[in-house]
Design a protein around this ligand. Structure first.
Ligand SMILES: [Mg+2]
Length: 415
């Protein structure tokens, strides 16, 4: 696993494909609304969103980038069209694509809502060469969604991901494993997925700027600073990333909901309504994934971008929104003394499978559990918050945002 392919062979010892949808959210909008085709679009969170989540290729040609403010973007492209995000539609489309990819191989890692790694090593006898399987993948995505994607084919995850971004949209790039080291040689290390500014700065201190420089750095220096992940970096830069395609969705280490509130919110009732809303969402998500947690972080964010909040514990592991809400009220009473705030966050630490937590001394309120069950069933059928505690009628109508860790059927749906 840790040694490097150096000789060309017809059957690759390891073959990895990365599929990346092109301007995914914007492409879905242009597909659903033909009048938007060929237009510069900026997707924002709701009609009032000020920050650009993503944009169409037509907008990118004007220099529009993710994270840019709408105001700033309009200066670059006055006829930019603002389109509110439709997370539900994007997850629906993504699920259809991911399900179709399973027809090629079950060894899929869904890397984000619009990206997936396929380990096709075992498919070469069935489907043909990695290059052929790459074309099959692009066609399969198109048939399932009507959308274009970029494909990278190589012998490891990092090189496949690099290959996929070489030409977009509708790109197709094959880097055979025995050429990977040479192809990456002059590529800046920070171009590789997983090497951000922090690691980049550390490497620069050791005179490593391009992937080719990495070979001269003793692997022990990386291992000492970053552990196993450091060793991986050394191999990644030489076109031999040992990381395997992870097909399992692991249990989340935390699960939370947060929301931006109107600026300078000071009103206790408003804050309590937001708190209840977040607790109801979190409780429903814990129950939906058959998880419970005992420790929760509850906090409000103020102008100085500091959190007024802390973590606290419920008496026992719970998935009941009312328990979380009661804890939240206690925490806010301690940490918040009326200063203006603009954001709320409620996060469950280390949620665990509910069935593992049968505590003999626990006295779960059976009536409340039944009520939660009925409420969840109705909301699953008729839409989130069809049934809810009365104060939530005044809750925020801002749409949900898709969490970066969203997976079809996974525990993370929105943040
Ligand atoms: Mg993409």
């Amino acid at each position: 696993m840790w040694d490097i392919d150096i000789l060309p062979t017809t059957r690759w010892r390891r073959a990895i494909i990365l599929v990346d949808m092109n301007a995914f959210f914007a492409s879905v909008e242009q597909q659903d609304y033909p009048e938007l085709r060929g237009q510069p679009l900026a997707i924002t969170n709701g009609e009032q969103g000020t920050c650009i989540i993503t944009s169409s290729y037509e907008a990118r040609a004007f220099g529009i980038k993710t994270g840019m403010r709408m105001k700033e973007a309009k200066l670059l492209c006055p006829h930019l069209i603002q389109v509110p995000a439709r997370p539900h539609r994007y997850t629906e489309k993504s699920t259809a694509i991911m399900e179709a990819l399973i027809s090629i191989t079950p060894d899929i890692e869904i890397f984000s809502i619009d990206e997936a790694f396929l380990d096709v090593t075992q498919c070469q006898e069935l489907h043909g060469s990695p290059e052929t399987i790459g074309h099959l993948t692009q066609q399969t995505v198109y048939n399932a969604s009507g959308l274009l994607s970029s494909i990278g084919v190589s012998g490891d995850k990092t090189t496949a991901k690099y290959a996929a971004k070489l030409d977009k949209p509708n790109g197709f790039n094959v880097i055979p494993p025995w050429e990977a080291k040479k192809r990456l040689q002059h590529v800046p290390v920070t171009e590789l997925c997983g090497i951000g500014k922090g690691i980049g700065a550390f490497l620069a201190k050791h005179d490593v700027y391009t992937c080719g420089d990495m070979e001269r750095l003793p692997i022990s220096i990386l291992a000492k600073r970053f552990g196993n992940q450091g060793r991986r970096l050394w191999y990644m830069c030489q076109g031999a990333d040992p990381e395997s395609v992870h097909t399992e969705i692991s249990a989340p280490k935390s699960m939370g909901h947060g929301k931006i509130m109107p600026p300078n919110t000071k009103d206790v009732l408003t804050i309590k309504t937001y708190l209840m809303h977040m607790c109801e969402k979190l409780g429903a998500r814990l129950r939906g994934n058959n998880l419970r947690a005992q420790a929760f972080f509850v906090g409000l964010r103020n102008r100085d971008f500091g959190w007024l909040g802390k973590s606290g514990k419920c008496l026992q592991p719970t998935d009941d929104s009312k328990d979380i809400y009661q804890l939240g009220l206690r925490i806010l009473k301690e940490c918040w003394s009326g200063e203006p705030v603009f954001q709320i966050q409620v996060t469950a630490h280390d949620p665990r499978g509910a069935e593992l937590q049968l505590d003999l001394l626990a006295t779960h309120d059976e009536k409340r559990q039944k009520l939660n069950g009925v409420m969840d069933a109705i909301n699953a059928r008729y839409g989130a918050f069809t049934l809810m505690p009365a104060p939530l009628l005044k809750r925020s109508s801002m749409p949900n945002v898709i969490a970066p860790a969203w997976r079809p059927g996974g525990p993370r749906q929105t943040i």
